[in-house]
Write a protein that binds this ligand. Structure first.
Ligand code: ASN
Length: 358
């Protein structure tokens, strides 16, 4: 007797391995409108059509997936902490129904969303892979199909147990990635941490020894605080420039609405030798504001106190962000400030690696 093409067991196994694709917008789904490119709908059909362009063997090796589209599709410049929170809530709601998740996102703030999700989805026991593209899905020579393909493949890799970005053949840790190029397909880099995986020929290779999967113990410990508490400008990012003055710094840090700040210093942690600047910082941290510093250099780490000019930073209560990306440091401040923690706990948790971000 001939066997049916799929046994019941096989189809159950397929269900166990389903991937949920969440479409938020971005260039990948954009279509021409009279005012320029804008996010287009009907993504599930368009994605399925694009995937039929893969060689048959690759199509057959794709995981089964469902697609949900957000009601309001955005260019990722419109993302806010509430967008990050919505994604985390949706993943939390669907967690046990899917083996992995692919988030389709605009590239401009993709690494911010990735970093924020990593803090919200601590202890994640399955893949969450964020991707997008530099050219729309239907554009000639688009990078969209290759990115969707790789994202689906890695989202179906159970040993990947963290929030990662798949882009241009590379799998990057979500808390370690930055957008480095405004035009090239190879738009993302991970300046201070090796790739979690990559495409090698037709294979998608994951390096488990670099991943968080091995640290994963027990049930996920998601933290889903109310990000409305950090959605009105409570956290600011200040990138130093030559000639910055104390009054300028105070304009930001002295505002009672500001609860935390990320400072981007020069080099290994240098700032102008102006006692007025340190006074402003000390006053803000004395008022209970959470202040952290990283470097403006994408590679390397800050060492507060390495230079005489930067020596007073630790005394002023500034926490060293080591080699964290701006995205990872900023979203971590926001994540900690959204929770009812004491200042001491917030400081201690900022300085502790939570999801491989430092
Ligand atoms: N402006 C777009 C966005 O971030 C850029 C892109 O997706 N390539 O939504």
């Amino acid at each position: 007797m001939a066997m049916p093409p799929y046994s019941l067991l096989a189809s159950n196994a397929m269900t166990d391995k389903r991937i949920l694709v969440i479409y938020t917008g971005g260039t990948i789904g954009m279509q021409s409108h009279p005012n320029g490119l804008a996010p287009g709908g009907n993504f599930a059909t368009r994605m399925a059509a694009a995937l039929t362009q893969l060689p048959i063997a690759q199509q057959q090796a794709l995981p089964v997936y469902d697609v949900i589209s957000y009601a309001t599709l955005i260019d990722s410049s419109a993302a806010t902490p509430l967008t990050w929170q919505q994604l985390a809530l949706d993943i939390n709601d669907q967690l046990t129904s899917y083996a992995g998740f692919v988030i389709i996102h605009g590239t401009d703030t993709l690494s911010w969303t990735a970093a924020s999700l990593a803090y919200q989805l601590q202890g994640l026991d399955r893949p969450v892979v964020i991707t997008g593209s530099m050219l729309p899905l239907e554009a000639p020579d688009s990078d969209a199909l290759a990115n969707l393909h790789g994202a689906l493949k890695f989202a179906a890799t159970p040993s990947l147990q963290e929030v990662a970005i798949y882009f241009a053949g590379q799998l990057l840790r979500g808390t370690r990635a930055i957008k480095q190029h405004s035009d090239a397909a190879d738009a993302f880099t991970s300046p201070n941490y090796p790739l979690l995986g990559k495409r090698v020929g037709d294979d998608f290779v994951y390096y488990p020894s670099r991943g968080l999967g091995q640290q994963q113990r027990g049930a996920p410990r998601f933290e889903l605080p109310d990000y409305r508490l950090v959605n009105q400008g409570e956290v600011v990012r200040i990138v130093l420039w030559p000639g910055i003055t104390a009054w300028q710094l105070d304009t930001w840090l002295g505002d009672s609405r500001v609860k935390g700040a990320l400072l981007q210093l020069w080099g290994a942690g240098n700032l102008p030798n102006d006692p007025g600047l340190l006074d402003v910082l000390a006053k803000a941290s004395g008022e209970g504001k959470l202040l952290a510093a990283i470097s403006q250099c994408p590679k390397g780490s800050v060492h507060l106190g390495a230079y005489a000019a930067g020596h007073g930073l630790s005394d002023a209560g500034i926490m060293a962000g080591d080699s964290m990306t701006p995205e990872a440091a900023f979203t971590k401040l926001a994540h900690l400030l959204a929770q009812p923690l004491t200042l001491e706990d917030q400081r201690q948790r900022f300085l502790t690696p939570l999801v491989g971000e430092r």
